[in-house]
Design a protein around this ligand. Sequence first.
Ligand SMILES: [Zn+2]
Length: 341
Amino acid sequence: MDLQQYLTEAAAVEREAVAAFDAAPDAAALEAARIAFLGDRQGRVKALQESLKAIAKEDKPAAGKRFNEVRTRLESVHSARRSSLDHVTSAAVADLTLPARRQWRGAKHPVTLVIEEIEGIFRELGFTIALGPDAETEWYNFGALNFPPNHPALDAHDTLYLEGEGLLRTHTSPVQVRTLQTYAPPIRVLIPGYAYRRDFFDASHAPAFMQIEGLCVDEGISFVDLKSTLNLFAERFFGAARTRFRPSFFPFTEPSAEMDVQCGICGGGGCPACKGTGWIEILGSGMVHPSVLEAAGVDSERYTGWAFGMGPARIAISRYGIPDIRILYDSDVRFLEQIAE
Ligand SMILES: [Zn+2]
């Protein structure tokens, strides 16, 4: 290779390399071009350096000078192109003029909000929280709670039976029995949890629903304690000016009563929310049946108690004006966000 050929080849490498670096659209393409021209092993510049050995001794200084010029220029063109690509990339990532993305924060479910508020009121009255298993035995769910076999009251409690002896509890009341078996009176507990019934899933029924009940057992507990405590609760929770108790029947309480609160919307005059009656039914209650105390091993001659149970989903529905109970099960963020606190 004579000097003229060498200089021609050097000019070609320089021209092609500059074109390739400038045309690289991104960092990966630029790196590929760098390896092709400036690569240590097989780059075109490396080959140009190797060719120097074949140049005649008297031409070597001129060829070597040209080689250094080409290598230096290509390194600087490559470096300039790389920083310009870096700048484009980082500008896209950190555009400080973009509006900030709103972070979505989780929030409590409406039924959870209702339960926590109920718990808060009763906690001030000395109640603690008790929990129990969702899968129960027939004895805990029915027998210990004074449901006679084949009694009509069982019809309302048709549930899902498990293999063997078990069933999904139809109410949270089995936890009353478990609490009475475990702790000696005085007892004041609040029992939130899921209950299961063989109900169709429609606008006002669900086969799995939250229930919350309360139990108070001690010496000398009377219906006065039941009424005064529940009246206090109704006043705190519903802002109810008046309440009323209607006789009712539950196997596990005697006497039993449904409690209504005066409709807060119409003040008792009658409106669609209270179906024109002026009252809203909120819970069932009663004095714990002596048979329930005895079944749990508590002396019913010495101790008496009262209990109540209510459905926090129904309370949430009336409180938040929810038209269909199934919405509570959808976990649709657009709905939950409207109620989230
Ligand atoms: Zn009303």
